[in-house]
Ligand binder design. Structure first.
Ligand SMILES: [Fe+2]
Length: 431
């Protein structure tokens, strides 16, 4: 990225953030809508102070992430208590955002990207801060979907293509097994947890062409999916006992049919769209019902990008072209999922549709470092979360900004979480 491109992207990222919150009142912004989520005002202040930490203070001498100031330090204040913090008004926050941004642009003009500092080389630290804002945009959208009071009047600005696969091949495609190269060595944008790229040997497997749709999921429900102990893991069954749910989050009964709410729209569940807002346990139970299993994240990445012809991993399922809302249902402003097959270009070399866009996809993998992993530039992004508590999700949802979309990107969350824009597809051994 050149200096001018960085400045332009910083401005574009902020414009989007403010666009999303524009319809909200001060009360909407300050309220803790759910214990799982911060008040949106916290996200806004945190975005600004994260930027200041890395793009102003750090450039004047290395700082630790722990030096993040007071109320905006995520490790000092867990999400459920952030509603009690003395958060500013939106106008005051905008003043602080603008003041920080002015100092960032000042520093940027004097910053060189061709030295030895890995943080500055190719503008990495700027890409990191941009991605942080993009990722908080998606977090804000999770909060807005959970919003209490009047529903969020989503500023919908485009309609996804309506192409439907009339005789969709609801089958699976096969990977014959062999050596593939997982991860990336990119140092211009990728996070530490995506590195290093490394070869692995994969056993043959089959994987669904499409993500599991609402129609598929309804079959599971009609088969008594939420009441059949044998399809659930022990942890899943115990979660189900506590949660007491009988459908994906945001679904409601309408006689014999089901409705789904997306922000301020309530509509009949569309059988052709990927199921969304299910947790890992639900995904796992469905897979068992279907006689399948969830893919590992390594299988997922292979299905999304491995090009057997060139023996290389593609950055995106369709190739090298940077992702746009024309490639896949991403970048937020559709505020919905699209019928599977709607995006003509969104196919991987193996023959999978929609690995990117619509919904994040649960995998069976714990969030662990790759062999040879090195923390960079701070442990609080990845390292402190490694372990068996979290499951990896792959892909990107409709609420993901293009700047964080890539086949190698690893998302993670607790297996009980459903407020994220999460779906899945199934796999099976093929020996
Ligand atoms: Fe953050």
């Amino acid at each position: 990225m050149t200096h001018a491109e960085i400045a332009e992207r910083l401005e574009e990222a902020r414009a989007r953030t403010l666009h999303l919150v524009e319809p909200l009142t001060e009360d909407d912004l300050h309220r803790q809508h759910d214990p799982l989520m911060s008040p949106i005002m916290w996200d806004l202040g945190h975005i600004a102070h994260f930027e200041e930490l890395w793009l102003v203070r750090n450039l004047e001498g290395p700082v630790q992430f722990g030096e993040m100031p007071g109320i905006y330090n995520p490790f000092e204040h867990p999400r459920r208590v952030r509603g009690e913090l003395a958060l500013p008004s939106l106008d005051d926050c905008k003043v602080v955002m603008g003041e920080i941004r002015a100092r960032v642009l000042d520093r940027l003009a004097a910053t060189r990207f061709d030295g030895d500092d890995a943080l500055l080389r190719d503008g990495y630290v700027y890409a990191m801060v941009l991605q942080h804002e993009y990722q908080h945009n998606e977090t804000i959208l999770q909060t807005l979907q959970l919003k209490t009071g009047a529903p969020y009047p989503a500023p919908r600005c485009y309609t996804p293509p309506t192409l439907r696969m009339s005789n969709a091949n609801r089958g699976m495609v096969r990977f014959p097994g062999g050596r593939v190269r997982i991860g990336t060595d990119d140092r211009s944008a990728a996070y530490d947890n995506e590195r290093p790229s490394h070869e692995i040997e994969l056993a043959p497997f089959a994987i669904d062409v499409y993500p599991v749709t609402n129609g598929d999921y309804l079959e599971f429900m009609r088969a008594g999916g939420y009441a059949r102990r044998e399809w659930w893991s022990e942890a899943g069954w115990s979660w189900l006992g506590e949660a007491g749910v009988e459908a994906p989050k945001y679904w409601s009964r309408d006689g014999d049919a089901w409705l789904v709410r997306t922000m301020d729209h309530v509509e009949p569940v569309d059988a052709d769209r990927p199921v969304c807002h299910v947790c890992y346990h639900e995904a796992e139970a469905f897979a068992r019902f279907a006689g399948k299993r969830l893919p590992t994240e390594l299988e997922w990445e292979t299905a999304a990008g491995w090009d057997a012809a060139t023996h290389q991993m593609r950055p995106y399922p369709w190739g090298d072209e940077p992702p746009t809302p024309r490639h896949a249902n991403i970048d937020q402003l559709s505020f919905t999922t699209a019928p599977v097959g709607a995006y003509e270009r969104n196919w991987s070399p193996l023959g999978c549709y929609g690995m990117i866009g619509d919904v994040w996809e649960w995998t069976s993998s714990d969030f662990k470092p790759y062999p040879g992993y090195r923390t960079f530039p701070y442990p609080e992004y990845s390292e402190v979360f490694f372990g068996s508590e979290y499951k990896v999700l792959r892909g990107a949802s409709w609420a993901t900004r293009p700047g964080v979309v890539r086949n190698s990107f690893r998302n993670w969350d607790y297996p009980i979480r459903r407020q994220i824009f999460s779906g899945f597809r199934c796999a099976r051994d093929d020996r």
